[in-house]
Design a protein. Structure first.
Length: 438
C-alpha cells in the first residue's frame, strides 16, 4: 500500500513506527520492526541488523546508563534516601510550604544521584507523598510534585538523558553536565512558585515538622540527622566533584557512584545484605534493559534514516519554514513537547536529534544550550499524558487513579513551560558556567 502512495522506504518506516505505537507495541520493538521492514524494502539482508545493533550499543559512554541506574537503586534500597529526606525535613520543614519545599529540594537533590525520572519517583515518592499529606497537602498534589521534581532528574547532572544526547550529538558530556546545573536548579525554583496554591487554607499541620530553629532541641536534632545522612549527602559531591575536577570521566563516575553506594551501605549504615543487593541488581537490570533495548533498536532506525537521507530532507524542510530562527526554535520545541507526550525521552532523542542537529549547526546555535533545552522539553513530557511515565509510576505506588494525579500536575506543567521559555530566551543560564570553567 505504501508503495502505491509513493512513499520512500524511510518514510514508510516512520509511518510504520507510529502505527505500531498506536497499536501499543512496546517502543523498542516498534523501532526494530519498522526499521527492519525498511531495510527489507531497501534490499539489504537482515544479517546486517546484528552488526548494526552491536555497533549501536558498543559505545563506551553508554556504560554510564546501567551504573547510574544501579547507583540510584542501591541508594533507595539501602536506606540512604530515607536518611536524606529526614535531614531535609528537619532542616527546612519549618519554612512556609513545609514538606512541599522539602519534597522539591529532595527531588532535585536525588536528581543529582539517580539521573532517572521514573526511578526517582519509585525511590523517594512514597516517603515524600506521605510526608506532604501529613503536612496538609492533597495526595494528588503531593504525587504531582514528586512526578515533576523527579522529571527534572534528567536535567540535573549526572543525567542519563544528557549522556545519550552527548553520544548522539558528539558533544562533551562533562560540559553538558556543567551547563545543566543552573537551568535544573532554576526549574526547581519555578516549582516553588506553585506551592502556595496547592495546600488548602486551614490544612496546615499543627504539629511542627521539627523543633523551632531558635531552640536548642532543633540544633541537636539537626546535627544528629546530619551525621546520619552525611555519607548520602556526600554522594553528589563525590560524583560531580570527581567529574568537574577531571579525576574521572562521566562514565567512570557512574561506576564510582555504584561502588560508593555499596561501601556506604556496607560500612557506614550497615544496611547492605545479600537480599538487598540482589533486589537492587534485579531492579537496575530490568530498568537498564528497557533503556538499552531502545538504544539497540534505535541504531537500526538511525541507519535507515542515514541511508535514505531523511536528515537532509526533513531538516531542509524545517529550515524552509521561516527565515526567523526564533520561529524554527519554537517549532522544534513544540515537536519535542508533543513527542514527549507519547514516547519516552530516549526514543524521542534517537528519532528527532539526527534531524534537528543539522538545523542547530546551520543556524549557529550552541549544541550545549540546545541539549539543555531538549532535556527540559523531555522532562515535561514525563509528566504529560497520555504516556507521562512518571505519572504511571506515581499511580502505581499511591494506588490513585492516573487522571487524578494528572489533574494535580497541571499547575506544574504550566510553570514548567514558562520556565522552558525563559531558559530558551536566556542562553546565558546554560552557558555561563561552561564559560567560567573553560
Amino acid at each position: 500500500m505504501f508503495d502505491i502512495l509513493g512513499m520512500s522506504a524511510g518514510t514508510q518506516m516512520i509511518v510504520g513506527f507510529f502505527l505500531l505505537i498506536a497499536l501499543r507495541v512496546p517502543v523498542a520493538f516498534a523501532l526494530g520492526l519498522s526499521a527492519m521492514y525498511a531495510m527489507w524494502q531497501i534490499g539489504f539482508g537482515f544479517e546486517l541488523a546484528g552488526d548494526l545493533i552491536a555497533t549501536g550499543i558498543a559505545k563506551y559512554a553508554l556504560l554510564a546508563i546501567p551504573f547510574f541506574i544501579l547507583a540510584g537503586t542501591l541508594m533507595g534500597t539501602l536506606g540512604i534516601a530515607e536518611r536524606m529526606i529526614r535531614f531535609f525535613r528537619i532542616l527546612i520543614g519549618n519554612l512556609p510550604g513545609g514538606m512541599g519545599v522539602v519534597g522539591t529540594v529532595v527531588c532535585l537533590f536525588w536528581g543529582a544521584v539517580s539521573g532517572s525520572g521514573p526511578a526517582s519517583v519509585a525511590a523517594i515518592g512514597p516517603m515524600i507523598i506521605k510526608g506532604m499529606h501529613e503536612d496538609g497537602y492533597p495526595r494528588a498534589a503531593a504525587a504531582a510534585l514528586v512526578c515533576t521534581g523527579a522529571a527534572f532528574s534528567i536535567v540535573i547532572p549526572p543525567s542519563i538523558g544528557l549522556v545519550i544526547y552527548g553520544v548522539i550529538a558528539q558533544t562533551s558530556i562533562s560540559t553538558l553536565f556543567i551547563a545543566a546545573i543552573i537551568p535544573g536548579l532554576f526549574m526547581g525554583l519555578m516549582m516553588l512558585v506553585v506551592l502556595p496554591f496547592l495546600k488548602p487554607r486551614g490544612r496546615d499541620n499543627l504539629d511542627r515538622l521539627s523543633p523551632a530553629p531558635e531552640t536548642a532541641g532543633y540544633w541537636r536534632t539537626l546535627g544528629r540527622s546530619f551525621r546520619e545522612s552525611f555519607w548520602g549527602l556526600m554522594t553528589p559531591v563525590v560524583i560531580l566533584g570527581g567529574i568537574y575536577s577531571g579525576i574521572f570521566t562521566p562514565t567512570e563516575a557512574a561506576l564510582v557512584a555504584t561502588v560508593y553506594a555499596i561501601l556506604v551501605g556496607a560500612f557506614a549504615y550497615r544496611t547492605l545484605t545479600l537480599r538487598a543487593l540482589y533486589d537492587a541488581l534485579s531492579d537496575a537490570a530490568s530498568s537498564s534493559a528497557v533503556v538499552m533495548l531502545v538504544v539497540a533498536y534505535a541504531s537500526l532506525f538511525g541507519w535507515v534514516v542515514t541511508v535514505e537521507d531523511l536528515v537532509g530532507q526533513y531538516s531542509g524542510q524545517l529550515l524552509g519554514l521561516s527565515e526567523s530562527s526564533a520561529v524554527i526554535l519554537m517549532v522544534i520545541m513544540l515537536i519535542l513537547l508533543v513527542a514527549g507526550m507519547f514516547m519516552d525521552p530516549v526514543t524521542v532523542m534517537f528519532i528527532s536529534l539526527p534531524i534537528f542537529l543539522p538545523v542547530v549547526r546551520e543556524l549557529g546555535w550552541d549544541p550545549v544550550w540546545f541539549g539543555v533545552l531538549v532535556m527540559i522539553n523531555l522532562a515535561i513530557g514525563l509528566i504529560t499524558p497520555p504516556v507521562g511515565i512518571n505519572l504511571y509510576v506515581a499511580a502505581n505506588i499511591t494506588r490513585m487513579p492516573l487522571e487524578r494525579i494528572a489533574r494535580g500536575a497541571v499547575p506544574f506543567l504550566v510553570i514548567s513551560v514558562i520556565g522552558l521559555a525563559i531558559v530558551a530566551a536566556i542562553p546565558a543560564l546554560s552557558l555561563v558556567l561552561p564559560e567560567l570553567l573553560r
